[in-house]
Design a protein around this ligand. Structure first.
Ligand code: ADP
Ligand code: 5GP
Length: 206
């Protein structure tokens, strides 16, 4: 059996910097495959269909739910967001590492279905800094800012369900910590170790 890739799940409250940190991580870790999510929200300025998200209308999204095409999906701030299942499964089975950047409800669904995943929670350095980041991003209305900030405190409690937490003080430090997590996970003894043992055995018998 081929060695499965790692499923890395990065989540945390809106505005903590998940998107920024993931983008930076992928610049240096070229072999990690990013799962592009589907959403019913409107594209923001500069966002491209198929790169940032698959932008779907509500009917199409709901049809895909009924056809079991999502590994997980959730309603986040009145819009649907979901992870297309086929891409993730195919890449992991090919031995590639896959990164999901999703909200907490979605991450908990993935944990149920694929507990071998590595669940990383991004925290802000402080609540004050979180508010500054949400406002500073400039993509949200007043109402959306207070909705997102209001949910953040409740959401932070869910860090207990994760394997790792990473405080995003500076992007560089946060990325370095995630690289460290990935390195450790690659050295973890699990069912994949059988492949390595077989390889050593084969070498001796040759
Ligand atoms: P999320 O994906 O978690 O919603 P973003 O990646 O969109 O968050 O980041 C929210 C805002 O905070 C953006 O304006 C981003 O540039 C900024 N930001 C992200 N990480 C940091 C950091 N380490 N220090 C300062 N600002 C940051
Ligand atoms: P945004 O609208 O700012 O791009 O994303 C809003 C929230 O939706 C973020 O917390 C983001 O992580 C989350 N999100 C993005 N894609 C998915 C997905 O496929 N599934 C789930 N559950 N959440 C997602």
């Amino acid at each position: 059996m081929m060695k499965e890739g790692l499923l890395l799940v990065i989540s945390g409250p809106s505005g903590t910097g998940k998107g920024t940190v993931c983008k930076e991580l992928l610049k240096s870790e070229k072999d990690i495959k990013l799962s592009v999510s589907a959403t019913t929200r409107e594209p923001r300025n500069g966002e491209v269909n198929g790169i940032n998200y698959y932008f779907l209308d509500k009917d199409t999204f709901e049809r895909q739910i009924s056809e079991d095409e999502f590994l997980e999906y959730a309603k986040v701030y009145d819009n649907y967001y979901g992870t297309p299942k086929k891409y993730v499964i195919d890449e992991i089975n090919e031995g590639n590492d896959v990164l999901l950047e999703i909200d907490i409800q979605g991450a908990l669904q993935v944990k149920e279905k694929y507990p071998k995943g590595i669940f990383i929670f991004i925290l802000p350095p402080s609540m004050n800094e979180l508010k500054k980041r949400i406002v500073g991003r400039g993509t949200e209305s007043e109402e959306s800012i207070s909705k997102r900030f209001g949910s953040a405190l409740d959401e932070i409690n869910y860090v207990k369900e994760y394997d790792y937490f990473v405080i995003n003080d500076t992007v560089e430090k946060a990325v370095e910590k995630i690289r460290g997590i990935i390195r450790s996970e690659k050295c973890k003894v699990n069912e994949n170790i059988e492949d390595l043992i077989s390889k050593f055995k084969e070498e001796i018998s040759c």
